[in-house]
Design a protein around this ligand. Sequence first.
Ligand code: NAP
Length: 269
Amino acid sequence: MSERRVAVITGASSGIGMETALAFARKGYAVVPAARRADRLEHLAAQCRAAGAEATPVVTDVAEEQQVNDLVARAADEYGRIDVMVNNAGHGVFAAVHETPTEEMRRIFDVNYFGVFYGCRAVVPEMLRRGGGHIFNVSSVIGKRGTPMHGAYCATKFAIAGLTESLRVELMSLGVHVTLVCPTTTDTEFFDRTPAGRKAGDGFRKYVSTMSAAVVARKIAAVAGRRKPELVFSPGGKFLALSAALAPGLTDQLMKLYRDDLTERLKND
Ligand code: NAP
């Protein structure tokens, strides 16, 4: 049984999750990367092993509770411990609220919100049993302020924030840290999956500079094991979170600029 520290990362086949797996591998953790695309996970596992880490990729659809339970059980069986769980898997929906099909709303909650919930539910008993651990739940800075054309996505990210705050205090003094991760626009495949997504990404980039996934990943790996309630990235992200809390009306006016710009971009499809 390995005495290495162990990190489980969902949504690890690309972007922030993939970089996070690599960041933990470079820190000497054994990593258990999870996502649906097996070929991507195998490639990542090879990179982690090349960096000197053990890696056990596990094909997982986080919308399926049993698969998330199996992922956590597999990591615990294989390594005897789970030090870090990064609930990161997620996708976007780019549509006005009244034009969002109900099925798409349910699907994004199944993946973005329930995926995180299942991850927490499965790993908390394991971490409490060992007397410690660190859970990172990846929300977004637009889980602090709703943005136009992202209502479904924002709703899932607000839900993650609420769940994470509750969990953090429930586990306070029990040795398990819980951190809410709020990236701003990050250079990944996230926006590239649909034409509307690409335009939404271009619209955001007009207002906030794009971060690299490696920056988010390194920050997550750097704070693992330390109490850190939230990671809010970039000056633009911090400004948005602050203005949303202090001046919601003024923030609406800023958001309207983005809405008008994006409406124009979507019209030119
Ligand atoms: P990405 O490159 O598109 O990565 C998304 C990851 O989630 C992929 O590995 C994907 O893998 C996985 N995934 C999607 N549905 C899944 C499911 N049902 N089961 C398991 N895995 C699933 O995008 P990213 O930017 O790295 O996104 C990672 C997280 O950061 C997301 O939660 C996103 O909301 C959040 N975020 C992103 C940004 C941004 O600007 N990029 C900003 C703030 C927050 P498979 O397709 O192989 O399953």
